[in-house]
Design a protein around this ligand. Structure first.
Ligand SMILES: [Zn+2]
Length: 173
């Protein structure tokens, strides 16, 4: 999956979290925060820099694409919110975990590469979902190419209901 699809999930989660009455600055902040969370698992592409093989537990789509990782990030977000005295730490933790978990879920619906190590650390086996409608995007610089663009456009089309809802103009207040 190109980064576009993950960002769309982040935008929708941000709108959901901010609620209909939020100030624009709060809405934009929430959208940016959740987009960062939805992209976080792909920080593992750094593995390629360190010559960690794709199929390794810490290779691309490895440990950071597991359910455990999503839960850990959610717990961390909740904890930080609680420590800073913010409200709704528990629901924020749950939504954060869901947003991070959406990443391997989308990756598991792509047509190429290796599957995701969703069950890490119990299993390093890579898995896909049986239904894989999303074309896989080229990694790294290849993303900025004709094929990368085509993949991005496909994702935008497939996730249209989500981003349309996320970006739909709000009633003037
Ligand atoms: Zn990924």
């Amino acid at each position: 999956m190109a980064s576009v699809g993950h960002v769309i999930v982040g935008l929708a989660a941000g709108r959901l979290w901010a609620g209909p009455e939020a100030k624009t600055s709060r809405l934009v902040g929430a959208m940016m925060g959740f987009s960062a969370l939805s992209l976080a698992p792909d920080a593992d592409v750094i593995a390629f820099v360190f010559d960690i093989p794709y199929a390794d537990a810490f290779g691309h789509r490895g440990a950071s694409h597991s359910v455990v990782f999503a839960l850990a990030v959610g717990a961390l977000v909740g904890l930080l919110t609680r420590l800073r005295g913010g409200e709704g730490a528990l629901s924020l933790a749950a939504l954060s975990a869901a947003v991070v978990a959406s990443h391997p879920l989308l990756d598991a619906m792509t047509t190429g590469g290796l599957g995701v190590a969703w069950a890490w650390p119990w299993s390093t086996e890579r898995a896909f979902l049986p239904w894989r409608p999303i074309p896989v995007s080229p990694i790294g610089a290849g993303f900025v190419s004709a094929r990368g663009l085509k993949v991005a456009v496909t994702e935008v089309a497939q996730l249209a209901p989500l981003w349309l809802w996320a970006l739909w103009p709000r009633r003037a207040r």
